[in-house]
Design a binder for this molecule. Structure first.
Ligand SMILES: C[S@@+](CC[C@H](N)C(=O)[O-])C[C@H]1O[C@@H](n2cnc3c(N)ncnc32)[C@H](O)[C@@H]1O
Length: 472
């Protein structure tokens, strides 16, 4: 490591002559608050390029491992460095700012710095648009906030006729009073105003709450399957529910590719998302870098999600009930069938010792299902698409099979493979039949094993289909 690696932000600020260091002396503060998390920072964005001095400072300080993005109405100061990307954007124009964010790849930023026009209405607009692009736990910095303090700058054009100014709203927020900050104040962790008396300069740091740290425990693919198998091996009642994009559409009344919502469907989807018992294993797509839940081979297009997406799934779950303590992996079976096929085979060998109800897609042949789940199998057929539309028939069939056979068993496993409808059916079965069974949501892997490649990820990370089928 060369000695330059350890130089401070203030050092580089002075070297490249940005007024953040030379006049306002903000970089001295930033060294205290940024250095602590320097290694974790991946993306930063600054509004306001001028001659590119601060971008050169960040480029040298982060020593090339960070994406440095910048927005300005004048791009002449673009320093053309390999880590720096500059795009046009007017911070006073919401559409323009959103377009810039899109051009920069819709990233989430660890730090955003507004060092643009310093006009209060512009700062407010930028905060409103850009706050959602801050990563949980990240910082939004508004520089030169002193320019909208009327007492300090009575003739300043920076606040025009705005009242209260953004600065005044921040003061109200900090004193716990009602304010009009343009962000959800519950998402703010804390706010710090930093000021150099010598230059009457002020910068403001708004920290976003790190909701990810207070989230439930996220369980890995293998541990998810092991937990399911522990239930099944020990004949324990429970249910494994896997939610994905389609379910989140249905619960909000939005049609999905393979199914349409009905009133009853939405109702049972909501119920399924709200059952909180230790025996109910709720799963969402949670494999994400920020949560440290990426496993080998999980990448964009193959089950990797951004923290914003994971948070939005968590929030929807949370609207129906308090969050569970643990959230399991929704891709456990398909992932293990690519990366740990012997475990999937062991799992099937356990299933074959149980009484099985196959509840799902009627197009699978009996022979195929027997290879996977053994001879002791009953079927409840559902349509391949829109499995929930035939709800009354399907539930009547289940009731018949239940009264004729299942009622006599000490324990049985319901393998469900009925798309989004499966989640609503699972909840209804779980609530209506208080007997000892486990509902195992098998999912799209079944299509793949049956020779139908219905999902893109299967092209990227194919399950070991032949290997698994040959050994069963
Ligand atoms: C203070 S300078 C930036 C200095 C630079 N960040 C540094 O520390 O070296 C302000 C910059 O904001 C830009 N600016 C002014 N109005 C703007 C607006 N409405 N939207 C985006 N950028 C703007 C100006 O073009 C100028 O380059």
């Amino acid at each position: 490591m060369s000695s330059i690696d350890n130089k401070s932000l203030d050092y580089f600020g002075k070297l490249f002559n940005t007024d953040k260091a030379t006049y306002h002396e903000f970089t001295k503060f930033y060294d205290d608050i940024i250095n602590l998390r320097k290694d974790k920072i991946r993306n930063i964005l600054e509004i306001g390029i001028y001659n590119g001095a601060s971008l050169k400072m960040f480029h040298s300080y982060f020593n090339s491992h960070v994406n440095i993005h910048a927005i300005d109405i004048n791009l002449s100061g673009d320093p053309h460095l390999n880590t720096v990307k500059c795009v046009y954007g007017d911070q006073n124009d919401t559409t323009s700012l959103k377009k810039s964010v899109e051009l920069l790849g819709n990233k989430v930023y660890d730090i955003i710095i507004d060092d643009g026009s310093h006009i209060s209405t512009h700062q407010r607009n930028s905060l409103q648009v850009m706050w959602q692009s801050i990563i949980p736990g990240g910082m939004y910095i508004i520089e030169d906030l002193h320019t909208n303090i009327k007492e300090w700058y009575p003739k300043s054009p920076h606040y025009y006729n705005e009242s209260p100014t953004l600065y005044e709203d921040i003061i109200m927020y900090m004193s716990g009073k009602k304010c009009n900050l343009p962000v959800d104040i519950d998402s703010i962790d804390k706010c710090i105003l930093l000021s150099r008396v010598k230059t009457t300069s002020m910068t403001c740091v708004l920290y976003k709450k790190n909701e990810l740290q207070t989230m439930p425990k996220f369980i890995s693919t293998r541990d998810t399957l092991t937990t399911c198998m522990d239930f099944i091996k020990n004949n324990k009642r429970g249910m494994y529910l896997r939610y994905g994009d389609g379910d989140y559409n249905i619960v909000r009344g939005i049609p999905d590719m393979l199914c349409r919502p009905t009133e009853n469907f939405i109702k049972w989807m909501k119920i399924s998302m709200s059952i909180r018992e230790d025996a109910v294993m709720t799963c969402i797509p949670h494999h994400c870098k920020e949560l440290n839940t990426i496993e080998e081979g999980i990448c964009p297009g193959n089950h990797e999600y951004g923290s914003k997406q994971v948070l939005s799934y968590v929030k929807i779950l949370n609207t129906y009930s308090p969050l569970p303590n643990k959230i399991y992996s929704n891709i456990a079976l398909s992932y293990c069938s690519s990366h740990d096929p012997d475990y999937v085979i062991d799992m099937h060998n356990i299933l074959k010792t149980k009484n099985i109800v196959f509840f799902g897609n009627k197009t699978y042949s009996d022979d195929f299902l027997k290879v996977l789940f053994g001879e002791k199998i009953h079927r409840i057929d559902t349509n391949q698409r829109d499995s929930y539309l035939d709800h009354d028939n399907v539930m009547n069939n289940f009731d018949m099979v239940y009264n004729n056979y299942l009622i006599n068993y000490e324990y049985f496993v319901i393998i469900i493979a009925a798309g989004c409808g499966g989640r609503a059916y699972s909840a209804e079965l779980y609530m209506k039949y208080n007997t000892c069974f486990f509902i195992f949501d098998y999912g799209s892997l079944l299509d793949y094993l049956a020779g139908q490649n219905t999902r893109d990820y299967m092209g990227i990370d194919p399950p070991k289909q032949e290997y698994i089928l040959n050994k069963l």
